[in-house]
Structures are given as structure tokens and as C-alpha cells.
Ligand binder design. Structure first.
Ligand SMILES: *[C@@H]1O[C@H](CO)[C@@H](O)[C@H](O)[C@H]1NC(C)=O
Ligand SMILES: *[C@@H]1O[C@H](CO)[C@@H](O)[C@H](O)[C@H]1NC(C)=O
Ligand SMILES: *[C@@H]1O[C@H](CO)[C@@H](O)[C@H](O)[C@H]1NC(C)=O
Ligand SMILES: *[C@@H]1O[C@H](CO)[C@@H](O)[C@H](O)[C@H]1NC(C)=O
Ligand SMILES: *[C@@H]1O[C@H](CO)[C@@H](O)[C@H](O)[C@H]1NC(C)=O
Ligand SMILES: *[C@@H]1O[C@H](CO)[C@@H](O)[C@H](O)[C@H]1NC(C)=O
Ligand SMILES: *[C@@H]1O[C@H](CO)[C@@H](O)[C@H](O)[C@H]1NC(C)=O
Ligand SMILES: *[C@@H]1O[C@H](CO)[C@@H](O)[C@H](O)[C@H]1NC(C)=O
Ligand SMILES: *[C@@H]1O[C@H](CO)[C@@H](O)[C@H](O)[C@H]1NC(C)=O
Ligand SMILES: *[C@@H]1O[C@H](CO)[C@@H](O)[C@H](O)[C@H]1NC(C)=O
Ligand SMILES: *[C@@H]1O[C@H](CO)[C@@H](O)[C@H](O)[C@H]1NC(C)=O
Ligand SMILES: [Cu+2]
Length: 597
């Protein structure tokens, strides 16, 4: 594919968008009924899962840029729920962001709520998912945004077909239980990986193979895969035997076309990639393989699933004999290879070179991402008396040594709107840098040892960082090796950001600022902070409200790797948060996010 010609087209598309937006926008309306259904997977026909409209993945919302979306949510499940529209900027409309106890109280069982929002200034693949407990494992679906001036104005040749690919994980454990017991060190693993809800034929159920998702292709045609990692647990590598991908967008922002034989995608990320069916007619597997830190991190069996890519053709008899049975499988990287993901993310550049990256930074934050422990019964540990010698510990995940706790009686957005944030609970300001500087990426810290006890103890609070409207913020996220060496896919609500740079080891401003890409950085809503490494982002607080910033691993998020950014109103009406919708669910006293019935 000719990269030069493509980027020239992108500029033209941008021009048309600017001219045509505000035209005849449509209203796209859906009804989402959330309920529990029994599904048949992994040799069991009775796994109870919470889904939308009985489907896994749930219904796709397809819009044209500038459209309004109206979703009537009918909650027939036994749990309180919210739905988050992942990556939708929700300008001046934070009320529709759908974060439990942050932007709204959950929609209780038997109740309804209608989400209303516009999708403006974004094109590509986003998605929606539940934002309560771990329900996003099964309550999720695509949100596809096409150009206002038609699919012929994609900044790449119009594909023959568009195919959503949802990477997920199948769980047999109750997702509420999964969420509430994580901090207690109870380990549950997913059964295995799913693609578009199917375990695939790697899963052999005593002789009966599970179904594969099948992509039928015609030779010479191109296919746009809209790939989303909706999994709770793992980053994934994706490869198709005998084929290459051309990545054209990520997180609903176009990127400079990048051709590769492997895609790396972390939870919360989306990638749009074109595949040209240019191989000899036959059958090929597309394999998704979970990527896992090497020991001494705790190991689980590999996570994997596959799709069958099948050419439509009439084979001759001899061909049928030779090709019919055999399916070409791709050679996957080692499951402990983390560098292929580092390179994939490092090779991405943004497509609109003329989008200015703000050069003057108003606020600098340096945020360490770590695990830690809280002693049971409120004991304060010391190196000589760690929690283990007191009454045991609860595992926590932290940002600058604070583990996020949801408020329990009022949503933060309601409190913010009433100018009453300080009464919302145990509010605590996120420090601008880690309270203690240590060797963040010293691998000796992964295994538990007494010398780490002083670092591990941590604080639990509702952490908030407030910003004035129109502040340019730079954040350097530093992954650490305290107790484990996971990467961290950090997702910010209500804003996209520039990803300026990433590196391995400890961030060093003197050395690393010079590596920033201020010319054509990718624009994203999720940044993968590499394992034992760092990533730097920059954005402008142009959207008043309270916006969640959190790790998209289910495990890290459930035990507190999160914070809320509070953005003040600007000076004018068009920079001021709108009033709440009249039917916004009201918090009942000590409403808990999950109602047990
Ligand atoms: C919720 O919506 C459904 C379907 O539109 C309707 O039948 C039901 O009466 C509504 N329930 C409430 C409590 O509004
Ligand atoms: C998932 O499937 C792969 C391929 O069959 C298998 O090797 C692996 O052990 C499975 N993982 C788990 C967690 O069972
Ligand atoms: C599936 O498992 C059965 C035994 O349970 C075995 O006979 C069969 O070869 C396996 N099939 C595949 C494709 O792995
Ligand atoms: C891009 O990927 C190649 C390997 O595929 C790697 O050698 C190179 O360092 C990567 N570039 C960046 C900036 O990460
Ligand atoms: C330790 O935990 C147990 C069970 O939760 C509790 O009954 C006991 O009071 C705790 N002891 C201390 C010293 O906190
Ligand atoms: C703030 O909250 C307190 C305690 O709930 C309440 O008494 C007060 O009226 C609130 N103030 C505003 C401005 O809503
Ligand atoms: C909410 O709970 C906190 C403590 O959890 C309490 O200080 C505050 O007064 C409560 N606010 C309301 C409005 O009940
Ligand atoms: C931090 O730890 C790493 C890995 O153990 C080591 O290579 C590095 O030299 C250490 N850095 C400092 C400044 O001590
Ligand atoms: C975190 O804070 C606790 C006190 O709340 C302190 O004991 C511990 O050393 C701190 N750890 C780090 C890594 O800052
Ligand atoms: C934001 O700040 C910049 C200067 O830093 C200024 O040029 C711009 O007009 C401001 N925008 C708004 C909407 O206030
Ligand atoms: C708000 O409105 C003013 C005047 O109508 C306009 O100049 C400005 O660009 C608008 N700001 C935003 C952020 O839309
Ligand atoms: Cu994380």
C-alpha cells in the first residue's frame, strides 16, 4: 500500500469532515435488555452469563460521525449496572459516561435508563461495556463510526467487507464473586480465550470441538477487521498464517498505515486493520495468544483461541485432497515475549500531522503503577512486623501509592455538579509524584521479601485530581515490579491523548524528553504502559466533568488502580457541563454497585 498517497487522502477527509459536520445527523436508537442466560461452552450447557439482548458479543451500534445515539437500557438482571461508551468523548455530557458511582449510580434491577449522547469528531472502532464489577467480560459490543461523507472517503481503499473481532475470555466463576474476592488472593483463571464469543476448535470437549468464528474471503479482496480486546485478563497477539495486516486506525483515530504480520492489543484498546486476501486459496487460522510476563511472575496455562479464514473457491479434485484437510497455522511468538508488543506500540504514528501537539505544559504528573498490601483489621505494618505476621493482608493496586475506593453514597459527578466534592466520601488528592522514589523496575521485588514490606503497605481512598479547564497535562506512567511485572493499559475517559513516547526501565526526564514524538504521535484513549517500563502522554482538559482514569486489566482495576480527574467548567456556556438528565438514577443510601438478590 502506498503510504504517501494514503496520507494525502487523510488530509482531504479531514477537510470534508470539517465542512460537512453539522449536516443532517441521524438519531441511532437501540434497546438493550440486560439479562442472565445459560450458555453452552467448554463442555457445559449451563453457564449463567449476563449479556445484552441474549447475545455475546452484544449488538453492534453503527453510526455515522456526528450522529446522536439513544440507548434504552432495560435491566432484567439481578445486578445494578451501568454501561460505558468506551472512547466516546461525551463533550459537556459526562452524565452519559456510565461509570458506576463516578458519573452515576447504578441502574437497579427492574429499572430502565436511557443513555443519550453524540458521536462527533471521531471515526473508527470504539465499543461499549458494563462498568460495574467484572461484567464487562460478557456485557460488551462494538460501536462503529463511519465517515459522514461515506465509506468511499476512508483514508484507505474501501474494503470489500468489515468484520468486528472481539477478543474475550470465558469465565465459569461468577463475575461478582470474581470481583469481590480478588483482593483476598483467591486466584481464578479464565477457562480460555474467546473470539466473538466462541472458544474455537483449540478447545476439545472430550472429542467434540468447539465452534470457530469463520471469516469467508474471496481472493484479491480486502477486509477491514475492527479488533477490540474486551478481555479482563490478558494482552493478546494476533496473527494470520500467510497474511499481513495493515493497521489504519486505533481507538477511533486514524494512524499512518503500518504493515505488520503481528498485532498486539491490550484490554481497552481497539485496532482497525486491513487484510488483503492474497494467499493461495485454502484455509488459514488467525490465532490470538495471550501474552504473559515470564517467571518469577505467577504463571497460568497459555490463553488462546482461533478463527478460520476460509477462501471461497471451487477446488479441483486434487486440490480438495491436498488442501481440504490441512489448515495453515501461523507461527506465534513465545507467550513470554513482551518485546513484540513494545515494538508494535512503538511503531504506531498518528495520521494527521497537522494536529498540533501542545508544546507548553501546564501540569506535569509522574504516576507509579504498583501493587501493594493493606493489612486486615487496619493494622499498620512495619518491615519487622509485616501484615503476614499480624492478621494477613488484602492485595491492592495503586497509583502513586493510593488504592482507589469507590464512594458509597453519592456519585462523584453529582457532588461535583453541586460544588460539593469534599463531602462525597473519603476524598484524597492524587500526589503529583510517587511519595518514595525507589528502583521501580528492580526485578528482585517481584518475589515477596521482607525488604519490600515498607514499600508494599498502601493507603485506600477515593483519589481525585482537580484541573482547571483548558490545562495542558503531561503524564508519565511508570510500571513497577512490586510483587509482579505486568504492563498496564491505562484508559482515560472523556479525552483522547497524544502518546509521546515509551521506554523500558525507569523513566529519566533528562534522557527521555528528547525522545518525545511531537510531530506525529498517535492519538488514543488507552496507552499500554510497557511491562517494567514507562509511557508519556499529553492532553488538554477540554471537557468539564469527572473522568475516570484506570488500568483496563480487570484484576488491577478491581483492586484500585484508578483515579478520578475532576475538570472544572470554562468561562462560557459551550465550556460548561450540561445539567443532569431528569431520569438519572438516584443513589439510595449506601447503594452498593452490586445488588444481591
Ligand atoms: C422499561 O422498559 C420496558 C421496555 O421498553 C418497559 O416495558 C417497562 O415498562 C419499563 N420499565 C420501567 C420501570 O420503566
Ligand atoms: C487454552 O487453550 C490452549 C490451546 O488448546 C491450551 O494450550 C491452554 O492450556 C488452554 N488454557 C487454559 C487456561 O486452560
Ligand atoms: C479431542 O480429544 C479426543 C479425546 O478426548 C481425541 O481422541 C481427539 O483426537 C482430540 N481431537 C483433537 C482435534 O485434538
Ligand atoms: C518497530 O518494529 C521493529 C521490529 O518489527 C523494531 O525493530 C523497531 O524498533 C520498532 N520501532 C519502534 C519505534 O518501536
Ligand atoms: C483477625 O481477623 C479475625 C477474622 O477476621 C478477627 O476475628 C480478629 O479480631 C482479627 N484480629 C486482629 C488482631 O485484628
Ligand atoms: C453538601 O453536602 C452537605 C452534606 O451532605 C449538605 O449539607 C450541603 O447542603 C451540600 N451543599 C451543596 C451546595 O449541595
Ligand atoms: C457519604 O459518606 C461519607 C463517609 O463515607 C460521609 O462523610 C458523608 O457525610 C456522606 N454523605 C452523605 C451525603 O450522606
Ligand atoms: C534497577 O534494577 C534493575 C534490575 O534489577 C537494574 O538493572 C538497575 O541497574 C537498577 N537501577 C538502579 C538505578 O539501581
Ligand atoms: C506508601 O504509603 C505507606 C503509608 O501509607 C508507606 O508506609 C509506604 O512506604 C509507601 N510506599 C511507597 C512505595 O510509597
Ligand atoms: C485554551 O488556552 C489557550 C492558551 O493556552 C488559548 O489559546 C485558548 O483560547 C484556550 N481555549 C479555551 C476554549 O479557553
Ligand atoms: C465557544 O463559543 C465561542 C463563541 O461562540 C467560540 O469562539 C469558541 O470556539 C467555542 N469554544 C468551543 C470549545 O467550542
Ligand atoms: Cu494495571
Amino acid at each position: 500500500m502506498a503510504a504517501m498517497a494514503l496520507s494525502a487522502t487523510s488530509v482531504a477527509v479531514f477537510f470534508f469532515l470539517a465542512v460537512l459536520s453539522g449536516g443532517d445527523a441521524a438519531v441511532v436508537e437501540h434497546t438493550f435488555v440486560v439479562s442472565q442466560v445459560k450458555m453452552n461452552r467448554a463442555c457445559r450447557g449451563d453457564t449463567l452469563v449476563t449479556v445484552v439482548n441474549g447475545q455475546l458479543p452484544g449488538p453492534a451500534i453503527e453510526v455515522t460521525e456526528g450522529d446522536s445515539v439513544v440507548v434504552h437500557l432495560v435491566n432484567k438482571s439481578p445486578y445494578g449496572l451501568t454501561i460505558h461508551w468506551h472512547g466516546v468523548k461525551q463533550r459537556l455530557n459526562c452524565w452519559a459516561d456510565g461509570v458506576d458511582m463516578v458519573t452515576q449510580c447504578p441502574i437497579q434491577p427492574g429499572r430502565n435508563f436511557t443513555y443519550r449522547f453524540n458521536v462527533a469528531g471521531q471515526e473508527g472502532t470504539l465499543w461499549w461495556h458494563a462498568h460495574v464489577a467484572s461484567f464487562r467480560a460478557t456485557v460488551h459490543g462494538a460501536l462503529i463510526i463511519r465517515p459522514r461523507s461515506g465509506v468511499t472517503s476512508y483514508p484507505f481503499p474501501e474494503p470489500h467487507k468489515e468484520i468486528p473481532i472481539f477478543i474475550g475470555e470465558w469465565w465459569e466463576v461468577d463475575l461478582v464473586k470474581l470481583d469481590t474476592t480478588l483482593g483476598d488472593g483467591v486466584d481464578y483463571n479464565p477457562v480460555n480465550t474467546t473470539i466473538n464469543g466462541k472458544l474455537g476448535d483449540l478447545y476439545n470437549c472430550s472429542g467434540a470441538l468447539e465452534d470457530n468464528f469463520i471469516i469467508e474471503v474471496e481472493q484479491g479482496k480486502t477486509y477491514l477487521l475492527r479488533i477490540v480486546n474486551a478481555a479482563l485478563f490478558s494482552e493478546y497477539y494476533l496473527k494470520i498464517a500467510g497474511h499481513r495486516f495493515t493497521v489504519v486506525a486505533a481507538d477511533a483515530n486514524y494512524v499512518k498505515p503500518y504493515t505488520t504480520d503481528i498485532i498486539a492489543i491490550a484490554p481497552g484498546e481497539s485496532v482497525d486493520a486491513i487484510v488483503l486476501a492474497d494467499a493461495p486459496p485454502g484455509k488459514y487460522y488467525m490465532v490470538a495468544l495471550g501474552n504473559q510476563q515470564p517467571p518469577p511472575d505467577i504463571q497460568i496455562p497459555p490463553l488462546s483461541s482461533r478463527v478460520l479464514v476460509k477462501y471461497n473457491y471451487n477446488p479441483s479434485k486434487e486440490q480438495a485432497l491436498t488442501l481440504g484437510a490441512s489448515v495453515m497455522a501461523p507461527e506465534m511468538p513465545d507467550q513470554h515475549n513482551t518485546i513484540a508488543s513494545f515494538y508494535f506500540h512503538g511503531n504506531m504514528t498518528g495520521s494527521f500531522a497537522h494536529l498540533p501537539v501542545p508544546v507548553h505544559v501546564d501540569e506535569h504528573l509522574f504516576i507509579s503503577l504498583a501493587l501493594g498490601v493493606i493489612c486486615r483489621g487496619g493494622h499498620v505494618p512495619s518491615p519487622s512486623l509485616p501484615c503476614s505476621k499480624l492478621n494477613g493482608s488484602i492485595l491492592a493496586a495503586t497509583m502513586n501509592n493510593i488504592s482507589f475506593e469507590f464512594p458509597s453514597n453519592v456519585s462523584l459527578l453529582e457532588a461535583h455538579y453541586r460544588g460539593n466534592m469534599s463531602n462525597a466520601g473519603m476524598l484524597h488528592k492524587l500526589p503529583d509524584k510517587p511519595p518514595i522514589v525507589y528502583n521501580f523496575t528492580d526485578r528482585a521485588m517481584i518475589s515477596e521479601g521482607s525488604e519490600e514490606a515498607a514499600l508494599e503497605s498502601t493507603l485506600i481512598a477515593t483519589t481525585v485530581r482537580r484541573f482547571r479547564f483548558n490545562t495542558t497535562v503531561e503524564i508519565v506512567f511508570q510500571s513497577t515490579t512490586v510483587l509482579q511485572s505486568d504492563s498496564n493499559p491505562m484508559h482515560l475517559h472523556g479525552h483522547d491523548f497524544f502518546v509521546l513516547a515509551q521506554g523500558l526501565g525507569n523513566y529519566n526526564a533528562e534522557r527521555d524528553v528528547g525522545r518525545y514524538n511531537l510531530v506525529d504521535p498517535p492519538v488514543r484513549n488507552t496507552v499500554l504502559v510497557p511491562s517494567s517500563g514507562w509511557a508519556a502522554i499529553r492532553f488538554v482538559t477540554d471537557n468539564p466533568g469527572v473522568w475516570f482514569l484506570h488500568c483496563h486489566y480487570g484484576f488491577h482495576m478491581s483492586i484500585g488502580m484508578a483515579v478520578v480527574f475532576e475538570v472544572d467548567n470554562g468561562q462560557t456556556l459551550n465550556t460548561t457541563l450540561a445539567p443532569p438528565p431528569a431520569d438519572l438514577p438516584i443513589c439510595e443510601q449506601h447503594d452498593s454497585s452490586v445488588a444481591y438478590e
